[in-house]
Design a protein around this ligand. Structure first.
Ligand SMILES: Nc1ncnc2c1ncn2[C@@H]1O[C@H](COP(=O)(O)OP(=O)(O)O)[C@@H](O)[C@H]1O
Ligand SMILES: [Mg+2]
Length: 288
């Protein structure tokens, strides 16, 4: 079996010290295989952005280890180079450089890399094409819609063909239609280019489209939930509905709208996903 692309071990991040210390990440461990598309959910302030920053070597852990693409991030020889080569960032507020065109923005991460100006430009054109923005190459960010800017931000994130794409609330500032387009783009990159993508979101519907959900609370991962297939997900939803809960409760009387036989069949089906349902309750608690 191949090594994981990301290995996080006992990662703790404390901001500040003494009375004002904030334990933003509290002894987190998990790993991610190359090619995964996963989401990180959890209430505001639970440490999602901090975790992403650690994975992208934007900040240093207080304790613990982070390995990305066989590199120990605490001992990088050249942090800037690691970020440029290995990680592509997409943030909520696409932070494009306002005085550069879309094409030039997509070129930015390639500066400092061993690539000629001509190849840099060609690569940026290819990327704009990939995100459906080829006809906006000469536009400034201010001349683009939020959704278009986020597409450029995705193109920029891909510039150096990174092993890992980190997206922090990439649809957060967008209307639902643009948000869906950007999400679709990330899905395409995952399925066609095999990109490993981590999406931070507080939108359950966004998370449900990914393959795996890490649920965070108070700096910890309280659930690590793989989305197996749509049928199983639907059953889990049924299991945690009031109907499902009533069916699963052996002390409950048969429900008025279904026969005892039907209830027995449903109970057998739901009991198969019951373990999953228990974990789903953790998700519900974590989100409320
Ligand atoms: N640079 C910082 N200095 C001090 N505290 C911070 C800093 N960044 C984040 N925090 C705190 O760490 C916790 C986690 O923040 P963050 O990772 O941004 O949460 P999320 O992205 O889940 O909303 C919060 O309590 C936040 O106030
Ligand atoms: Mg955040």
């Amino acid at each position: 079996m191949s090594d994981p692309l990301i290995r996080v071990e006992h990662l703790t991040k404390i901001y500040g010290s003494g009375e004002t210390a904030v334990r933003a990440l509290d002894d987190i461990s998990f790993s991610v295989t190359a090619g995964e598309l996963l989401s990180v959910m959890g209430p505001s302030g639970c440490g999602k952005s901090t975790l992403l920053n650690m994975l992208g070597a934007l900040d240093q852990p207080t304790e613990g280890e982070v390995w990305v693409a066989d590199e120990d991030l605490a001992h990088l020889k050249d942090v800037d180079n690691f970020r440029a080569r290995t990680v592509g960032f997409v943030f909520q507020l696409h932070n494009l450089l306002p005085t550069l065109t879309a094409l030039e923005n997509a070129e930015v991460p390639m500066y400092g890399q061993p690539v000629s100006a001509k190849d840099r430009r060609a690569r940026a054109r290819h990327l704009l094409d990939l995100v459906g923005m080829a006809d906006r190459a000469k536009h400034l960010p201010s001349q683009l819609s939020g959704g278009q800017r986020q597409r450029i931000a995705v193109a920029r994130a891909l510039a150096n063909d990174p092993a890992l794409i980190l997206a922090d609330e990439p649809t957060g500032s967008l209307d639902s239609e643009s948000g869906e387009e950007v999400l679709e783009l990330l899905h395409d990159l995952n399925s066609t280019q095999g990109a490993t993508i981590i999406i931070v979101t507080h939108d359950r519907r966004v998370a449900q489209t990914t393959q795996r959900i890490l649920l965070m609370k108070d700096g910890r991962i309280v659930d690590d939930h793989r989305l197996l297939n749509p049928l199983e997900e639907d059953l889990r939803m049924l299991a945690r509905s009031r109907l499902g809960q009533a069916i699963l409760d052996p002390n409950d009387r048969p429900l008025p709208l279904i026969t005892p036989e039907e209830e027995a069949v449903l109970r057998r089906v739901l009991e198969r996903v019951n373990g999953a349902a228990d974990r789903t309750k953790t998700i519900e608690r974590g989100l409320s």
